[in-house]
Write a protein that binds this ligand. Structure first.
Ligand code: F6P
Length: 546
């Protein structure tokens, strides 16, 4: 079944939420915590190794009830069944959205056009396992018989950000192989990235779902030229493998068809790290860890598919985000992991969230009259505290923030970890409680600052607090918990797309720039600048020195 076409603003729940917002927009979380010392007990979810505390939000039980009504009135349950059931919910591209099938057990039965896709999924998984084990163990070598030491993933967008994020996140679990990533078509970046590599021991993974992406094909050609400086054409088969749906284009590029790891058009690029796009992950951390990540994601899939809305982590986080986005008018959300390993989580989720839900046409084909996709940004704590937290604490904008932290550090450095995590807890407490004028004045008095000086400085030192946060406290960063965490945000994206009545799985918005870049490239190559707006013409002429 297709997703229904329900304008969220036409629902009774939306209207009720609007009225409820009038009561809540000035509500004080401090007051709500003072009135109910069991608030955290009420507003949290414990699931596997996750504790999600969402009590530090500007909500009360009625808010949650109304948000869940909204989910019901836009038929979220039906949409979840369509999503997992393989319906063509990516309607504008006529495709199912089944990254969840990539992490389902072999015994599952997921139908696309009447055929179970699991046998194909597992055939590719087995191929990944055999290949990665042979490379890591040294059983499969380069063209001079030396074992591989380095892997270069060439891809962009979903064919880069996911594997790149995970390879960084699971560095602790790494194999002897060093994996690096080339994505930007910037030749300086490619040159820098190839520095220090030995062609005899370097394996290239060319990852492109379509195998038509300009950046990836250009970088792949440059990598192949670099390789051919020392090796021969016949050696390419041993050093270049591809991940793609487009076997014909891969073969035209010169990659041996046996070296192709297939994927399917029902896997969206930005959700593809679970597919063969994860080949570089399996090389970096070993197949078992890659599989552990898939298992963790599947556990989250089952939680999302079966838990009641009030106990459902992706549903609750998505609804809270809608509350701020559509009622409080928040424009962005921050994501702050308290581990350096997750330094690439925000850039990764920027594609997932903003490419998916950055849409302004509803499922009825008409412009929406309400806000959709949130802007997502973030950096690991504590670095971000010393960079942009000032604005979150005392700026004029409301920025709901997710804090992600782990109970156990990986290397067991207790002193560091306790300091790191004390910052983690302190920030959400500070954002909640702020600092009242009386406290500021008392501090001045204690420090001997009085009179006009104290009066003048007081307003600058007051923090209003009442800034919403979610705390995701996870036992330990493992392949399994990482898989669950990423799947959590994937399903949050889905829920929000359903509520906003948009199509989350296409990305027409990135096409126009690609088309124009191709025609401008022709003009740059020929030196013949065609008719543009005066700014673009002026700039092109300056670039060409005309
Ligand atoms: O940026 C647009 C996009 O189509 C993404 O959705 C995709 O992840 C990326 O380009 C790369 O595409 P491909 O894997 O086909 O090279």
């Amino acid at each position: 079944m297709a997703l229904q076409n329900i304008n969220p603003t036409s629902t009774a729940a939306w209207k009720a939420l609007g009225e409820h917002f009038a009561e809540m927009q000035t509500a004080s979380m401090q007051d709500m915590f003072a009135a109910d010392t069991n608030r955290a007990e009420k507003f949290h979810i414990k699931w596997n190794d996750f504790l999600i505390d969402y009590s530090k939000n500007i909500i009360n039980p009625k808010t949650l009830e109304l948000l869940q009504d909204l989910a019901k009135q836009v038929d979220l349950s039906g949409a979840i069944a369509s999503y997992f059931g393989g319906d063509a919910i990516n309607r504008t591209e006529g495709r199912a959205v089944l990254h969840t099938a990539l992490r389902a057990p072999e015994s599952a039965n997921v139908l696309v056009d009447g055929a179970n896709v699991l046998p194909e999924v597992y055939a590719v998984k087995n191929k990944i396992k055999a290949f990665t084990e042979a490379i890591i163990s040294g059983a499969q070598t380069g063209y001079t018989g030396k074992p591989f030491t380095d892997v270069v993933n060439v891809g962009i967008g979903g064919s880069d950000l996911g594997p790149n994020m995970v390879v960084e996140a699971l560095k602790f679990y790494k194999t002897p192989l060093n994996v690096r990533f080339i994505s930007n078509v910037d030749g300086d970046h490619v040159t820098e990235s190839l520095k220090g590599l030995d062609p005899e021991t370097t394996l290239f993974v060319i990852a492109s779902k379509t195998f038509t992406t300009q950046e990836t094909l250009t970088n792949a050609e440059t990598a192949r030229d670099w390789f051919l400086n020392t090796a021969s054409q016949a050696d390419v088969a041993k050093h270049f493998v591809a991940v793609s749906t487009n076997i014909q284009k891969v073969t035209e590029f010169g990659i041996d068809p046996n070296n192709v790891f297939p994927m399917w058009d029902w896997v969206g690029g930005r959700f593809s790290l679970w597919s063969a796009v994860g080949l570089s992950i399996a090389l970096a951390v070993g197949f078992d860890n890659f599989d552990g990540m898939l298992k963790g994601a599947h556990d989250m899939d089952e939680h999302f598919r079966t838990a009641a809305f009030e106990d459902n982590i992706p549903v609750v986080l998505a609804l809270l985000s809608v509350w701020y986005n559509n009622f409080f008018g928040a424009e962005s959300e921050a994501l702050i992991p308290y581990t350096q390993y997750l330094q690439k989580l925000a850039p990764y989720l920027q594609q997932g969230i903003m490419e998916s839900n950055g849409k302004s046409v509803g499922r009825d084909g008409k412009p929406v009259t309400y806000q959709t996709g949130t802007i997502i940004w973030g950096e690991p704590g504590t670095n971000s505290q010393h960079a942009f937290f000032q604005l979150i604490h005392q700026g004029t904008k409301l920025i709901p923030t997710d804090f992600i932290g782990f109970i156990e550090p990986l290397y067991g450095n207790k002193d560091h970890h306790d300091k790191l995590m004390s910052n983690f807890f302190a920030q959400t407490e500070a954002l909640l409680n702020g600092k009242a004028e009386a406290v500021v004045r008392a501090e001045f008095e204690k420090a001997g600052v009085t009179g006009e000086k104290a009066d003048y400085l007081t307003p600058f030192k007051i923090f209003t607090g009442n800034k919403p946060t979610n705390t995701l406290l996870i036992k330990k960063l493992t392949p399994e918990t990482l898989g669950s965490l990423v799947a959590l945000y994937e399903h949050k994206i889905f829920v929000q797309g359903v509520i906003w009545n948009i199509f989350s799985y296409d990305q027409w918005g990135v096409e126009l720039g690609k088309q124009l870049a191709n025609s401008i490239l022709g003009e740059i190559n020929s030196g013949d600048v065609k008719q543009h707006d005066s700014s673009t013409t002026f700039l092109l002429k300056a670039f060409l020195g005309k």
